[in-house]
Design a protein around this ligand. Structure first.
Ligand code: NCD
Length: 301
């Protein structure tokens, strides 16, 4: 990819370091401006639950003067009558200038982009990818750590089904001297395909079950993705595998940061919120400027 204008954002693999930094730089300077996207329409098609992603995309669009149509959950739409994704996209592309889609099926966003004549942004396709989340994760890391090169980053929890860690791990291969520690129960390891095809030879990484945090600059906690387990018994065996509480945080360097894409369901004890290292709410706040930058680049260049 060379130009942002008119581009889709489906997988973080489509972006190089330069494209990533362009979004982060614009996100740092962009301010609400109701003339920028006036008259533009964003279609927000959420076939799966969402709070932050949906609301921050909508907020971003409105702060730039654009408007938002769409749905959250298929109840009340013709999808309940059996309408296909193809037909939904072919219709929505006639109503809007850009589509933001979240769908449980891996590959659904790519399919939507192939079908649509207007740009498509993947807001999460099953356990696969969540590239706009990665951009805001990187924005937050750069903001608090001052750089993206040379960091030690630990990812903790559900590395198998968590799409945010799949996208983030791949993005980190663009930066120099990053060390990745993949901390998970054996059942929830990062998929071998990602380890071998995306990470091996491109980034230093290790896999472990131990919650060893003392040398990390960034601790990226994740939720166990209950809804993606084919077998609930398997979920029962791994739920609560890692809980970051005040005791576990005693290992942390004072300048380390704790991130989580949220929602949390017990992985981070609320007592941790008052530690200076807790940055997950700042991370969620970054969703607005980062998505403002993304929408302005895609719609205006
Ligand atoms: C994540 C997601 O939907 O993948 N949430 C988000 O977008 N901030 C993480 C999750 O659901 O656990």
């Amino acid at each position: 990819m060379t130009a942002w204008r008119g581009a889709d954002l489906i997988s973080i693999r489509d972006l190089g370091r330069e494209e990533i930094e362009k979004v982060l730089d614009r996100a740092q300077t962009i301010r609400p401006d109701s003339s920028l996207l006036r008259g533009r329409v964003m279609a927000s098609l959420f076939f799966e639950p969402s709070t932050r992603t949906q609301l921050s995309f909508a907020t971003a669009m409105e702060r730039l003067g654009g408007s938002v149509i769409g749905f959250s959950g298929v109840e009340g739409t013709s999808i309940q009558k059996g309408e296909s994704l193809y037909d939904t996209i072919k219709m929505v592309e006639r109503y809007a200038d850009v589509i933001v889609i979240r769908h449980p099926l891996e590959g659904s966003a790519r399919f939507a982009a192939d079908v649509a004549q207007i740009p498509v942004i993947n807001a999460g396709d099953g356990a696969n990818q969540h590239p706009s989340q990665t951009l805001l994760d990187l924005f937050t890391i750069r903001r608090f750590c001052g750089r993206l090169d040379g960091l030690s980053i630990g990812m903790v929890g559900d590395l198998k089904y968590g799409r945010t860690v799949h996208s983030l791990a791949t993005a980190l291969t663009h930066f120099e001297g990053v060390k990745l520690r993949l901390i998970s129960p054996p059942l929830l390891r990062m998929p071998p395909r990602i380890l071998e095809e995306e990470l091996r030879g491109k980034i230093e990484f290790e896999e472990t079950e131990e919650l060893e945090l003392s040398d990390l600059d960034v601790v990226y906690m994740t939720r166990i993705q209950r809804e993606r387990f084919p077998d609930v018994e398997e979920y029962e065996r791994v739920k609560g595998a890692y809980i970051l509480d005040l005791e576990a945080c005693r290992q942390l360097k004072p300048e380390a940061i704790i991130l989580h894409p949220l929602p949390r369901v017990g992985e981070i004890d609320p007592e941790v919120d008052r530690l200076p290292q807790a940055k997950y709410f700042e991370q969620a706040a970054s969703g607005v400027p980062v998505r403002m930058a993304l929408l302005s680049l895609i719609l205006l260049g």
